[in-house]
Design a protein around this ligand. Structure first.
Ligand code: DAT
Ligand code: MG
Length: 145
């Protein structure tokens, strides 16, 4: 589960971020733009509730619309984290999303689930209606050996 954060949407980076996952070969299973409710964000970031930056994170995530997405494919969580770059953009390699478009840790552009378990939990929170199931055998045959 990925969310393009408030600020990134307003900066016009939505298409650029989507493009990277598309071009890599991942399959888009869900996407929407929304103003994230506080209850959703509190559940999403429950494990960070005690951190000193938590109030700022909550305010930032509510400062504008976010785009939530689910991308599927081989090692989508692990590889997605590599595509995002390090949590602190100053430590993110050029070529990563955070490394190319951000500077400060508190405004690091995009969220990505850190494990398959948390991805499933987050998909349930952000997409209670479920994701879209479809196959694309001809495309997958070109991407996967
Ligand atoms: P990640 O988003 O790489 O999984 P995380 O889950 O530890 O990192 O933290 C969630 C977000 O909280 C992170 O993307 C930006 C913010 N954050 C983390 N550490 C921070 C810090 N030391 N100061 C300010 N914001 C921080
Ligand atoms: Mg995290």
């Amino acid at each position: 589960m990925y969310s393009i954060r408030a600020g990134s949407v307003e900066r016009g980076l939505t298409g650029e971020i989507i493009k990277r996952f598309e071009q890599r070969g991942y399959k888009l299973a869900a996407i929407k733009i929304l103003k994230a409710p506080e209850t959703l964000l509190k559940a999403h970031y429950a494990d960070l509730a005690g951190k000193p930056f938590f109030p700022h994170l909550m305010a930032y995530m509510q400062s504008g619309p976010v785009v939530a997405m689910v991308w599927e494919g081989k090692e989508a969580v692990k590889t997605g984290r590599v595509m995002l770059g390090a949590t602190n953009p100053l430590a993110s390699a050029p070529g990563t999303i955070r490394g190319d478009y951000s500077i400060d840790i508190g405004h690091n552009i995009v969220h990505g689930s850190d494990s398959v378990e948390s991805a499933n939990k987050e998909i349930g929170l952000w997409f209670p209606e479920g994701v879209v199931e479809y196959t694309r055998p001809h495309v997958d045959a070109l991407i996967y050996e």
